[in-house]
Design a protein around this ligand. Structure first.
Ligand SMILES: NC(=O)c1ccc[n+]([C@@H]2O[C@H](COP(=O)([O-])OP(=O)(O)OC[C@H]3O[C@@H](n4cnc5c(N)ncnc54)[C@H](O)[C@@H]3O)[C@@H](O)[C@H]2O)c1
Ligand SMILES: N/C(=C\C=C\C=O)C(=O)O
Length: 484
């Protein structure tokens, strides 16, 4: 697909704004032109979504919607290689990640919420009444309507379908604004939507940018009934403000600065395997990644040395090569941001255990490459330790006792994810209950049961996604009280 169009009311259409370029992050080369939606196209998409609510889609039974969601999962699976190639060209992420995480989860998300909507219940209450005949209360679970979906670039298909699947399962319609960095799989999904028979207007895609552009046109549109957003905290604040004009519910999955706490009784090999992924997977561009590691003093030097060796062992290269372990960052702009933190760490006197610079990658000179980096020696208030970097880098700091570790882990305005590494499971339960994060892993990382509540505390977000929690956001409960 070397020109990516908008998808409105079942049609692939051009936007009224000038096209923008889509670059392959491993080479910096332009791989496609993207049609940019203006206010008119956003209006058309919202109008189509609203109209679809009262058409065949709005009249469908839950069973009919479930059957269509399963066809969408099958449709993605059937075109796995096209989705895979598109996602790699948009993100530069290695095929080993995109083929095992991004595309399989794109299909799984539709099946998970087909399962969820099939079994969700609502409540009833019988009540006594003065005349003795009683009354029955029952709740109706209704779709909210048109959902504005605004997505980030790090896991494009996964995170978009993580929202679209439950929204459709609940009978809503959606207008999706993918990241300008990663437009392709959202438009490709439009082809699958038409192929499986999703009625026109149920799923719409408008491409463009954020403030003053497509994203803002969507989130401030008066006919959007709810907004679900994943992205930076500062963007979440802007979207929350836009949503308040019309009083729409928002679901915000935002930034993080996630800690790992490693006690001296941890299984070192398992810890290194877990931290090797949580610090560096997807070139550190995972909201749940670990950018702060607190290590009990007795094993600090060993862990620093071994994690540094893991960072140095990563193999850069062609993202389409199965042997490639690390890809580039998403863009030149994001690389400037990450390298700015690399410079800041150096200026603040960090000990650079591994990395800290830009690698030479044979055959890919124009890519947005950075070295996986491990630091020690910075103070707790260094920007490198407090601010989200969203790159393949982490800082390790020693601690002596459990209370100190908990205090260090919680010393952040964010509260998205954490990991605890210890073989003392009594301590694991005790510490997990004290860490201010939406999700805490113990002796593992990124193990995901899609029925569980997923979301951030503090400045990492509002609301929870996953299982029934997604259905609670994409439906509104109405109570009916009937006199018997
Ligand atoms: N909590 C989570 O589940 C989760 C998951 C993935 C990424 N993230 C976070 O996302 C960030 C990286 O993604 P990003 O750089 O794409 O985030 P971003 O906030 O820069 O952009 C996200 C999306 O919002 C749009 N946007 C930007 N400004 C807007 C505005 N004013 N109004 C409407 N839309 C606007 C962008 O065009 C893009 O589509 C990181 O902070 C990461 O932690 C969080
Ligand atoms: N929301 C999810 C992952 C988020 C990853 C952040 O980069 C998920 O696994 O459902």
């Amino acid at each position: 697909m070397n020109r990516v169009q908008n998808f409105i009311d079942g049609q692939f259409v051009d936007g009224s704004e000038p096209d923008f370029e889509n670059r392959f992050p491993a080479t910096g080369e332009v791989v496609s032109a993207v049609s940019c939606a203006g206010q008119d196209e956003v209006d058309r998409a919202v109008r189509a979504a609203k109209k679809a609510l009262t058409g065949p889609w709005g009249k469908m039974s839950v069973a009919e919607r479930i059957a269509l969601l399963r066809k969408l999962a099958d449709g993605i699976q059937a075109r796995f290689d096209e989705f895979l190639s598109a996602e790699i060209k948009d993100t530069g992420k290695p095929i080993s990640i995109a083929s095992h995480i991004d595309i399989p989860r794109g299909a799984a998300n539709f099946n998970v919420f087909a399962d969820q909507i099939a079994t969700v219940s609502t409540e009833t209450f019988q009540m006594a009444t003065p005349d003795g005949n009683g009354a029955l209360n029952y709740a109706l679970r209704m779709p909210r309507g048109v959902i504005g979906v605004v997505c980030p670039w790090n896991l494009p298909l996964l995170l978009m379908t993580w929202k679209v699947a439950p929204a459709l399962a609940c009978g809503n319609t959606v207008v999706v604004k993918p990241s300008e960095e990663t437009p392709t799989t959202a438009t490709l999904l439009g082809e699958v939507m038409n192929a499986v028979g999703i009625p026109h207007g149920v799923y719409n895609v408008v491409h463009g940018f954020g403030g003053g552009s497509t994203g803002e046109f969507l989130t401030s549109h008066p006919d959007v009934d709810a907004i679900t957003f994943t992205g930076e905290t500062v963007t979440g604040e802007a979207i929350m403000a836009a949503a308040s004009n019309g009083v729409r519910p928002v679901s915000l999955e935002l930034g993080g600065k996630n800690p790992a706490v490693v006690f001296d009784d941890a299984d070192i090999d398992a810890t290194l395997e877990g931290l090797g992924r949580s610090c560096f997977a997807n070139t550190g561009q995972v909201c749940l990644g670990t950018e702060r590691v607190y290590v009990q003093r007795g094993i600090f030097d060993e862990l620093v040395e071994k994690l540094g060796a893991k960072a140095k062992a990563y193999k850069f290269g062609d993202p389409f090569d199965k042997a490639t372990g690390m890809g580039p960052l998403i863009s030149a702009e994001h690389r400037r941001k990450v390298l700015g933190f690399y410079d800041k760490a150096r200026a603040d006197g960090a000990t650079i255990v591994a990395g800290g610079g830009v690698p030479d990658v044979d055959g890919f000179p124009g890519g947005y490459w950075v070295e996986p980096t491990v630091w020690t020696g910075l103070s707790a208030d260094s920007a490198v330790v407090t601010d989200e970097i969203f790159g393949p880098c982490t800082h390790l700091m020693p601690f002596d006792d459990e209370d100190e570790a908990v205090a260090l882990a919680n010393a952040s305005p964010y509260g998205l994810a954490a990991s605890i590494w210890t073989t003392n499971l009594t301590r694991a339960h005790r510490v997990a209950a004290q860490v201010d994060s939406g999700i805490t892993w113990v002796n593992c990382w990124f193990l995901r049961d899609l029925r569980t509540p997923f979301g951030g505390s503090k400045r990492s977000g509002i609301g929870r996604e996953g299982g029934i929690h997604s259905l609670e956001f994409y439906t509104e409960l109405r109570n009916v009280c009937i006199k018997l």
